[in-house]
Design a protein. Structure first.
Length: 371
């Protein structure tokens, strides 16, 4: 790969954006504490994102492999002790209907690794017989567990591979959804289950913390976070045409001198592969982003949806058989979304079931009116 090629994997700039401790802390403060500054940026340290674990039962074991998008540990000095909290972010471009299960798996992996490292301390100081029954994970921070772990275990503790007084650090995961459609998936395990009414209160639930980028309704203090979610709200607003969204986003970006990292993160959130070297602050960067978004076809769904809605919805219902009206609507909308002549002709043929010659006649008839 040449040095000038900066068309990175689209999710990398998004992960890099949230890797910044100031943005990360602000996101969690907004989500958990209504904007109160509980988590401080200097309290955060990045952790290994591997989410692999082994489930063991008797003589059978099964391994699960995965990786989180981003994981940090918060270290807070309290009056009595040093407190640890594990904080994770999962980026979601599309609705995933098994998200509660996925988050459960990620969180379980964090708890399981704490359990394993705790058990490995007993193994390190215990007997060879104990060591045969304990697995040691790699690349895990020991700081999430008590430093002085006693070695003498009673039979129940030996069976459990932990003492009654051992405690693990809590895990909190936020899912950020960047899609255009409202989230209609489950937000808890209960929503994924068909539970008889009499049993519902006995079935453990597992809720997810979900942020919809199109309408987060959160109090942010970090300027990059404010810009990011404001611009995502514009891009994902289906009530705006592509032209209107482009103009509004460019105006906002120019007025606020949006940082390059924000534009790059938006490119990642919209799965747009771009040359990041071409980005600067302000409206030129947003122009570049919108041009690439349209080229990549990320908002193609909105374009097609508006075209189909206009040509197959009210117009089709009220003007069945009036092919001229439908043709003009297709052409007008095509020009609104800066579609090429070839694409407009192809859509005319497809939607109206006409020949290329007929499509050309309609195009020549309504082209000047559209302009």
């Amino acid at each position: 790969m040449s040095k000038n090629n900066h068309n990175h994997n689209a999710d990398i700039p998004l992960k890099d954006f949230w890797r910044n401790n100031n943005r990360f802390a602000d996101l969690f403060n907004a989500s958990l504490f209504h904007g109160r500054q509980i988590i401080k940026p200097d309290e955060l340290e990045e952790q290994d994102t591997e989410a692999s674990f082994i489930l063991e039962h008797n003589n059978h074991s099964e391994s699960y492999n995965g990786a989180r998008d981003l994981l940090k540990i918060r270290k807070n000095s309290s009056v009595l002790d040093l407190e640890f909290t594990i904080l994770g972010i999962e980026n979601q471009s599309h609705i995933h209907y098994a998200t509660p299960l996925r988050v459960m798996g990620y969180d379980y992996s964090s708890y399981k690794r704490q359990y394993d490292i705790n058990a490995s301390k007993y193994r390190a100081k215990g007997s060879a017989k104990q060591a045969d029954h304990i697995n040691t994970p790699d690349n895990i921070s020991n700081e999430v567990l008590p430093a002085d772990t006693p070695t003498k275990l009673d039979p129940n503790e030996f069976l459990s591979r932990m003492k009654r007084t051992d405690k693990f650090s809590p895990v909190i995961t936020i899912v950020i959804y960047y899609g255009e459609e409202p989230w209609d998936g489950a937000r808890s395990l209960h929503e994924m289950l068909n539970i008889p009414y009499e049993f519902k209160k006995y079935v453990n639930d597992y809720k997810i913390l979900l942020i919809e980028a199109r309408n987060p309704d959160l109090v942010f203090h970090n300027s990059d976070n404010i810009d990011f979610f404001h611009l995502m709200g514009i891009i994902l607003n289906k009530n705006l045409s592509l032209k209107e969204a482009r103009q509004e986003a460019i105006l906002y970006s120019n007025e606020h001198q949006t940082d390059k990292s924000v534009i790059m993160a938006i490119a990642g959130a919209t799965d747009t592969k771009i040359n990041y070297n071409s980005f600067k602050k302000g409206d030129s960067a947003m122009c570049t982003l919108f041009d690439e978004i349209r080229t990549e076809g990320w908002i193609e769904g909105r374009t097609e949806g508006k075209i189909e809605g206009r040509t197959e919805g009210k117009i089709e219902g009220r003007t069945e058989g009036k092919i001229e009206g439908r043709a003009q609507e297709i052409i007008d909308t095509g020009f609104e979304f800066s579609m090429s002549k070839r694409d407009i002709l192809l859509r005319l043929q497809t939607k109206l079931d006409i020949t290329l010659q007929q499509a050309l006649e309609f195009f020549n008839l309504y082209e000047k009116k559209a302009l």
